[in-house]
Design a binder for this molecule. Structure first.
Ligand code: GLA
Length: 400
């Protein structure tokens, strides 16, 4: 009996260490975030209107779920240290906003930071982690983005694990989105800490540029893509490499926007829209709700793409999908139009990570190109013209 009790005590103790909420982020999270377009210029009406737009414009039906408030929602802490929202921008309070967003069938996300101050200079969670997590839970928050400003002297492992434990002990399932910019290689240690981790500094709406601010830089789509080399093995259901929020609709060309969206889908990065949904052109909306591109992102297998062939002008990327399907993306990074003339039968796509193989000599796949709707099969060459800064995005299905 005594032995049994000791054993029982050991089991209880082993489980007492907090874990992140499991079952969240089984596929890369989808939603919207205020930062890329609005920065600090946010208020409760914007969040309400955005939630309305997500429903009205078919984004919710397409799978977008989280409405995320980024930096600058904060007011001050009260005398007990409890964080309050900025009373001018959020006069009804965050709980009322969460109720509204929930009434639309959506979820509400919020932002904080490991340091005493956020990147925008507002109160961060340092020393208030448990208190903040309880406050968020009491408001009905579903998602916490946790930034890395003012982090001097902090261990990333310690700071993010503390917030994970705080969220877990607050008792409300909240997705934990780590925004540590890849500085301490979170992919190596955060699988049980966050549901996703940023792999790079901030995105900028350009194809291939670096916007240097002196002590920090923002990066265009290709720059972020190139920083993902070697990371795919660390991603999977519940723990994703986050390439930052989308810039679709924020000033790039339509081809670039389509390519950007395709790349994020192939890489199983979270799809968090960053544009003004209230005034978005139909062409932008059509990219964001493309159900076949989203199906590649949200595929149950949860395996990130890799570049399997690097041609002189074109890159070929593959992503194994559930049920034996594949996604293949042909990327024209360059400034000139390029000709695709690809003989499937001369190639075998083999993936050590997922132990999947597509041998086109043995098996014929039917393909559909997701943006144009064109189709064909792998018994014939893939012939196409590809504009500069654009992609072909194919879904391959084994011929039945
Ligand atoms: C950092 C993050 C951004 C955004 C801003 C807010 O730069 O990486 O995504 O949250 O802070 O200040």
């Amino acid at each position: 009996m005594k032995r049994l009790l000791i054993l029982l005590a050991m089991v209880v103790c082993a489980n007492a260490g907090a874990q992140k909420f499991e079952g969240l982020g089984a596929t890369p999270q989808m939603g919207w975030n205020s930062w890329n377009t609005f920065a600090c210029n946010i208020n409760e009406q914007l969040i309400r209107d955005t939630a309305d737009a997500m429903v009205k414009l078919g984004l919710k039906d397409a799978g977008y779920e989280y409405v995320n408030i980024d930096d600058c929602w904060h007011g001050t802490r009260d005398k007990d240290g409890v964080i309050r929202p900025n009373a001018e921008r959020f006069p009804s309070g965050i709980k009322a906003l969460a109720d509204y967003v929930h009434s639309k069938g959506l979820k509400l996300g919020i932002y904080s930071d490991v340091g005493a101050t956020t990147c925008g200079g507002h109160p961060g969670s340092r020393g208030h982690e448990y208190q903040d997590a309880i406050t968020y839970a009491s408001w009905g928050i579903d998602y916490v983005k946790y930034d890395w400003c003012d982090s001097k002297g902090l261990s990333a492992v310690g700071a993010y694990t503390t917030m994970r434990d705080a969220i877990r002990s607050a008792g409300r399932p909240m997705m934990f989105s780590m925004c540590e910019w890849g500085e301490s290689k979170p992919w190596e240690w955060a699988v049980d800490v966050g549901h996703s981790w940023r792999t790079t500094g901030d995105i900028y709406p350009c194809w291939d540029c670096e916007f240097n601010h002196g002590s920090w830089s923002q990066f265009g789509v290709l720059r972020i893509l190139d920083k993902q080399a070697g990371l795919r093995k660390f991603a999977g259901p519940g723990h994703w490499n986050d390439m930052d929020m989308l810039e679709v609709g924020n000033g790039m060309s339509e081809d670039e926007d389509r390519a950007h969206f395709a790349i994020w889908a192939m890489m199983a990065s979270p799809l968090i829209m960053g544009n003004d949904l209230r005034s978005m052109p139909e062409a932008t909306r059509r990219i964001l709700v493309n159900k076949d591109a989203i199906a590649i992102s949200q595929d149950k297998l949860g395996v990130q793409a890799w570049k399997y062939m690097d041609g002189a002008k074109l890159e070929y990327w593959a992503k194994p999908l559930a049920g034996g399907d594949w996604a293949v993306m042909v990327l024209n990074r360059g400034e000139q139009a390029a000709t695709v003339s690809y003989d499937w039968k001369k190639h075998v796509i083999g993936d050590d990570l997922s132990k999947r193989e597509a041998d086109f000599k043995k098996i014929v796949y039917n393909w559909t190109e997701i943006w144009s709707g064109k189709s064909g099969d792998t018994s014939k060459k893939l012939e196409s013209k590809l504009a500069p800064h654009s992609v072909l995005l194919l879904r391959l299905k084994v011929r039945g």
